[in-house]
Design a protein around this ligand. Structure first.
Ligand SMILES: [Zn+2]
Ligand SMILES: [Zn+2]
Length: 387
């Protein structure tokens, strides 16, 4: 048997709360846990569970008879001999389900949310189309300098046969026969506690009170059709990995005159063979021959557009950083460019011929350095030449 729930605690009210206190607490919580107020799927899941609990608590405590039963027996019906189940089982956000719900949730929440509640998912009024998210792969340079690209998407577009109405051209829009045009239906259930009625949004007309006599054949009454589209986009210079380009109004078509959704093109930027990017600055390592490090002079460094000459001073040591202004990434929607920073590493020659080796040794000796040569064969070789 499930543990008895503390409905007072769930609503955050005291045991002697008045009907008004309950209603206030309920509104506050219902607003907080409303599915439309959640931003992530995980939040939605949590909120849904919490919402069920809140509704269950309110449906019991707002009814004097049930509240009295609850105060005596707790939330577990078996104990009280009511034959299983807890009060007011709730069938998800689409509407109430089960007995014990003599509440018109839409009446209660309508004032809070400024519209229908349980019908919010399939609203009868104008609805904004869904946003579409897509990924665009860019080369490093394409992101740096901007590029024209084409993306392929599939979206819902307004059906041109029925102009979005969902009705076959020439057919009539008639009053819903299920709800008689009220948009709501009352469901009465007989339980051992008596009859209870639930008011819910009419599923046939989604609360609009009107239905299409003959649905449009092309879109089956939906008012939209799926279409594949190629869309050209101007990728702005300076965009970085993970940033999105919004294309307003290019998403799914709105319903019943609602605005279209948007497209968000999220860019994924590839790596560069020389450069690493941080914001608008780029970083590289440049190998410089030993003699050039010592003597100084012009070296070639890579740039985004190719290469350029750069003069390093005499006696540059390995690991020295140099910064070149305006050779980085162009600033997104702005002026100027970031910095190119490069670190020089000495390019130590791997293979020397005899002559070079001899020169180097003489060079070292000119400083009074002792020349240690590890490899025996080379040592012998050198020795033989100097003897
Ligand atoms: Zn149509
Ligand atoms: Zn209806």
């Amino acid at each position: 048997m499930a543990e008895s729930k503390d409905y007072y605690q769930i609503l955050g009210v005291s045991k002697d709360a008045t009907a008004d206190d309950l209603k206030k607490a309920y509104r506050k919580l219902a607003k907080q846990y409303h599915p439309d107020a959640q931003h992530t799927e995980a939040d939605k899941k949590n909120a849904e569970a919490k919402f069920k609990e809140i509704n269950e608590a309110y449906s019991v405590l707002s009814d004097d008879t049930k509240r009295a039963q609850y105060d005596r027996f707790g939330s577990n019906f078996e104990q009280a001999g009511f034959g299983g189940g807890s009060y007011g089982s709730y069938g998800g956000f689409g509407g109430f389900d089960g007995f014990g719900m003599d509440i018109d949730l839409e009446d209660i929440l309508g004032s809070v949310f400024g519209g229908g509640f349980s019908s919010s998912r399939k609203s009868s009024g104008p609805t904004k189309g869904a946003d579409i998210r897509t990924t665009l792969n860019l080369k490093f340079e394409e992101a740096a300098f901007g590029v024209k690209k084409e993306i392929n998407i599939t979206r819902n577009e307004k059906c041109d046969t029925c102009n979005g109405s969902g009705a076959k051209p020439g057919s009539k829009i008639i009053t819903c026969d299920k709800c008689g045009g009220r948009g709501k239906i009352q469901v009465t259930q007989n339980t051992i506690m008596g009859s209870f009625s639930t008011v819910r949004t009419c599923d046939k007309c989604s609360g609009s009170g009107k239905v299409i006599q003959t649905p449009c054949e092309k879109c089956s009454g939906k008012g939209t059709v799926r279409k594949n589209r190629k869309i050209e986009i101007n990728v702005p210079a300076g965009i970085d990995n993970g940033q999105a380009i919004p294309l307003r109004g290019e998403g799914d078509a709105g319903l019943k005159g609602g605005p279209n959704g948007d497209i968000y093109v999220v860019v994924k930027v590839g790596s560069h063979k020389y450069f690493r990017r941080e914001g608008y600055d780029i970083f590289a390592n440049v190998r410089v021959p030993f003699a050039k490090m010592v003597l100084g002079g012009d070296i070639k460094i890579p740039t985004l557009e190719g290469e350029m000459e750069f003069s390093i001073p005499e006696g540059t040591s390995s690991g020295t950083k140099f910064r070149v202004k305006d050779q980085g990434i162009p600033i997104l929607n702005g002026k100027g460019r970031g910095v190119l920073e490069f670190v020089v590493d000495v390019d130590v020659p791997k293979k020397l011929n005899d002559e070079q080796r001899e020169l180097l040794k003489k060079f070292a000796q000119s400083f009074g350095d002792e020349v240690n040569v590890k490899k025996k064969s080379i040592f012998d070789d050198i020795k033989s030449k100097f003897n």
